[in-house]
Design a binder for this molecule. Structure first.
Ligand SMILES: [Zn+2]
Length: 393
């Protein structure tokens, strides 16, 4: 029923039980109730893996609308607390931020540009697939062995179901004969109904086995994957829903992680993700074997000058050039040369090749983010995020 809300707009609410009118019209049912229940049960089972978590407290999609957003919205997650990154970070529609941060439950308060992230990840994935040297042969062979075994299994299963179906069909025909000869008693009508249900059930089962067979196609070749990747990355717009669907298939473990230069400075985002090139091939799935994946990283950090020129500065100073000479050759300030050398010394002292170091604790974040210093702040990561998802080096 419809009522007027405080704002004067009509609002639909469930009618009270006493006002509900209902009437049974079985003659309008076009699907047998038992069959309907069975189909609904199968659908619920099949779609269970896509539904939201029962526990609101540990649902990474809590508070996220169900409508589609531009990729990487509804895909990119916080590598610190496990929640989704959503559009609208720091009041800017194009930027994504962790929903946990909004609720004062996460300290990973950086934002990333949605379009920049989409472009960088798409570019890295395209490069990865273009340069794929080969498919792991041992994996491919094992896949084929399992595929053949499944085919034999489902072939046997189909034969068995077909035999049962034949028998059920004969039984139904006999029942019809019987009812024609001696008239349809109530018991015969009931048996005819049962036989019809049995036939519908067996047909459903055969349909399921046939679908299952299609889930185990021949392993696509590297050339096929490259061809499809080429289509995806050169033909589809990054903002399109088709591109988003492909990325959801092929990319997993997609996280934003905070990093900082070894000599401190702003906290900057790095994206880590796992690419499964096989999954770019439509509907390719393999439940029994872990599909070959590749770990990738892209930096969304704005590179400060000392980092852009780090290699050149270190090489030139190593050759004995004065800071002023290096600065004039590279077209930067002398102070930048000094900062670059300082960064280099700290990297040497720590024994690291990567100038970016992971930010892994709330203490490190506190001095950078006001939100983390707010009394309301209470770090509550989702289950499985007791430590951050920084890749182990
Ligand atoms: Zn978070």
């Amino acid at each position: 029923m419809t009522v007027r809300g405080k704002n004067g707009r009509p609002r639909t609410i469930p009618a009270p039980e006493s006002e509900k009118l209902s009437r049974q019209v079985p003659e309008l049912a076009f699907i047998d109730p038992d069959r309907y229940d069975r189909v609904i049960r199968l659908l619920v089972e099949r779609n269970a893996k896509y539904k939201r978590s029962e526990s609101v407290r540990n649902d990474p999609r809590a508070g996220i609308p169900k409508r589609q957003t531009r990729w990487p919205g509804q895909h990119l997650r916080c590598g610190v607390c496990g929640r989704m990154f959503v559009f609208g970070g720091h009041g800017k529609t194009e930027r994504l931020m962790c929903t946990g941060v909004r609720e004062y439950k996460c300290w990973n308060a950086l934002t990333v540009s949605g379009p920049d992230a989409a472009r960088a990840v798409a570019e890295r994935t395209r490069e990865l697939i273009t340069d794929l040297p080969n498919i792991d042969n041992a994996w491919g062979a094992e896949y084929e062995v399992q595929r053949q075994a499944r085919l034999v299994e489902s072939h046997d299963e189909l034969n068995r179901l077909q035999r049962e179906l034949d028998s059920a069909t004969r039984k139904l025909a006999n029942l019809f004969d019987l009812s024609e000869k001696i008239g349809a008693s109530e018991a015969t009508v009931e048996r005819i109904r049962e036989a019809e249900l049995r036939i519908a059930f067996l047909k459903d089962q055969m349909h399921l086995v046939q679908r299952e067979q299609q889930n185990h196609p021949v392993l696509p070749s590297l050339d096929e994957i490259k061809l499809i990747a080429n289509d995806v990355f050169s033909e589809l717009a990054v903002e399109s829903s088709e591109f988003s669907r492909q990325m959801h298939n092929a990319i997993d473990e997609f996280f934003v992680l905070p990093y900082q230069l070894v000599d401190s400075g702003h906290i900057q985002p790095r994206l880590t993700f796992q690419v499964s090139p096989f999954k770019l091939v439509n509907d390719f799935s393999c439940d029994s074997l872990p599909i070959q994946t590749f770990d990738c990283v892209v930096d969304l950090a704005k590179k400060p000058k000392r980092l852009t020129h780090l290699d050149d500065v270190v090489r030139m100073v190593g050759q004995g050039m004065k800071h002023a000479e290096v600065a004039s050759q590279l077209g930067i300030f002398k102070s930048e040369v000094g900062y670059a050398m300082k960064l280099h010394r700290e990297m040497v002292a720590l024994g690291v090749d990567d100038p970016w170091v992971p930010v892994v604790s709330v203490e490190q974040a506190r001095e950078h983010y006001k939100r983390v210093r707010n009394p309301r702040f209470d770090f509550k990561p989702l289950e499985g995020f007791e430590t951050t998802r920084h890749p182990k080096s």
